[in-house]
Design a protein around this ligand. Sequence first.
Ligand code: NAD
Length: 352
Amino acid sequence: MTEPIIRASYDDLTQSLKELTIPKHRVCIVGDSHTIPLYLDRIRAACQPVFTEVHSFMWQAGEEYKNLDSIRDLIGYLLKLGFDRRDCLLALGGGVVGDMTGFAAAVYLRGIPVIQVPTTLLSQIDSSIGGKTGVDFDGYKNMVGAFHLPVLVYTGISSLSTLPEDQLISGMGEVVKSALLGNADLFAWLRDHVQEIKDKDPAAIYQMVLDTAKIKTEIVKADPTEQGIRAYLNFGHTIGHAIEKYKNFSLQHGVCVGLGLVAASYMSMKRGLISKADLEEIETICRAFDLPTRVSCLDSDRILTITRSDKKMVNGRIRFILLKAIGQALIADDVSDQEILDGLTYIMEETE
Ligand SMILES: NC(=O)c1ccc[n+]([C@@H]2O[C@H](COP(=O)([O-])OP(=O)(O)OC[C@H]3O[C@@H](n4cnc5c(N)ncnc54)[C@H](O)[C@@H]3O)[C@@H](O)[C@H]2O)c1
């Protein structure tokens, strides 16, 4: 697996493309209705000295378009262009564009190369790395997909300057999650650099993206097909996904992950794995980055039912990720319904 290249901007993207060992025939830059107007010209200019032809394709922005119809539209366009195995796709966007472009690349002609140029915080530290691609299906997230590693992941941090604030906050949910499951030093560093990060200080953002992307890269290298520790990356996601679905996707993904990780940290504390002080520190850092730690109007039994329909069930049991310390995750296959309900009660807002 290639290490992601993380730069301030796109200055040496052309050079990185030249160094690829794929045929430099045609490329199709695939983005959405936000990223194409903002970045197509810049990325096309970087591609032009390398590829014989540069094409582009745009989806409407939004998770609601992450489906097989959108894949069909792209594949129809590639067929019209006569794309063959010498050609490649370049995903220019957040996780939705990255997952869908990666999936189209995985299945078109049984696989053509894909380059990831992630433009959201979440995609830069998480979704562009590791080759998981796919689409949602009949209300189930990422239900249809494939593993297809990108030949290059190139992040230009400057793209975050146009990212809406709520997307940055959502991305911070995944940053905090990654630090908690894999790097106590990063967790401490985040605690000490809250203001610089919120002020979007370029050096702080660069350091954060670099260190967080490294956690995912190391885990995926050790366990590319999720037979073991790659499951750590689901920390906060079992409950987070269920809340996301229960709330009809009205709350952002990273916000739900933030709530999920507080619930899972509480469950870890109840098992005596982490201390109350650890839990308080986790909640403090979430709040510092404007991630809510409590949520209103949850039906715990309904959430529990949704967690049971999670595709990460193994032999009828939920594979739950808990913390054994800040910076260290563990897989628990024996989490009871009551523990999950207790975690949900903990994050539920008191109502009058
Ligand atoms: N493959 C994986 O391993 C993996 C991991 C985590 C999440 N995901 C997936 O990632 C998706 C979420 O990704 P996301 O949070 O990046 O959301 P997203 O791709 O929907 O992007 C969020 C919004 O920001 C816009 N945008 C993107 N870059 C921008 C920029 N630089 N400036 C202005 N606007 C910009 C997008 O058009 C969109 O409206 C989910 O579908 C999730 O399932 C995949």
